[in-house]
Ligand binder design. Sequence first.
Ligand code: YCP
Ligand code: CO
Length: 280
Amino acid sequence: MRSRPLGRLDLDHSRLAEEAEIIARLPAAAQYSEYTLGAWRSYVLWNGTGDPVDDRFRDHGRRPMSTPYAQDLPYVQWIIERVFDPERVLWVRAFLVQDGVIVPHRDFIEFERTFVRVHIPIRTDETCLHIEDGTVFHMRAGEVWFLDAEAVHGAASLSTFSRVSLCVDLDCRPGDVSTAIRTDLLAAATPLVCRDRKPCGPAFREAVAALGGMITHRNFRDILSLLARVPYHWEARAADVFDWLIAACNQSGDQALVAKARDYRRYCLEQRTFEETFDL
Ligand code: YCP
Ligand code: CO
């Protein structure tokens, strides 16, 4: 796994809880529903325009402006300004996930360059997990994580717990994180990798194939939602979700469904154009 904790912040958890709750009550942006199933929302705190409705990530090449949402979050603002070089920050967003899942994907493939993405969970519990390739892990509140967004990755809250995480995108190359982040302010942190997943045997594979007897255009999202949660419980890789989906569509005999599932894998993992969306 290339994602790694850069360190841990010593934070005031009651102030964090207060601000996580303020975030959860903000009006959410409608962006990225093609990657998310269940409750997933993003709230723009800093971007290129200061407008919180300007919510599709892109390079803006300017000094970032905070949106009105950030003004109600003094502690979050203090954390961001203390940890990051504000001149290198492009976007700051808060992501909320509750009983929801982000389908495995690769970020930045629609751009000519890449960025450095950092996550700081501010409200989480053990039901909230990330996956990168074949590794499932948990980020603790206050940890500062370099997230390799170019790897195949996803995330989930597998319960009704609503997790809030700050996502900071930096104008910087992965090898240069120390120039944009005050790593000297962070205490050491070790990754918490989940090792209690079940091995996939023949019964597992039969169960996946049997979904072909059930999948239709109308429940495609439901089946995807189920499959996208499977690698958190079974020893699989994030990209296997698409193989299972395509296999189920093949079993169904509906060629239009097979084409949709293949195109969805292309969109999430391989290639997409800037501002392209996907009709799930
Ligand atoms: C982004 N990628 O890069 C989004 C966040 C999942 C897909 C949500 O901004
Ligand atoms: Co991502």
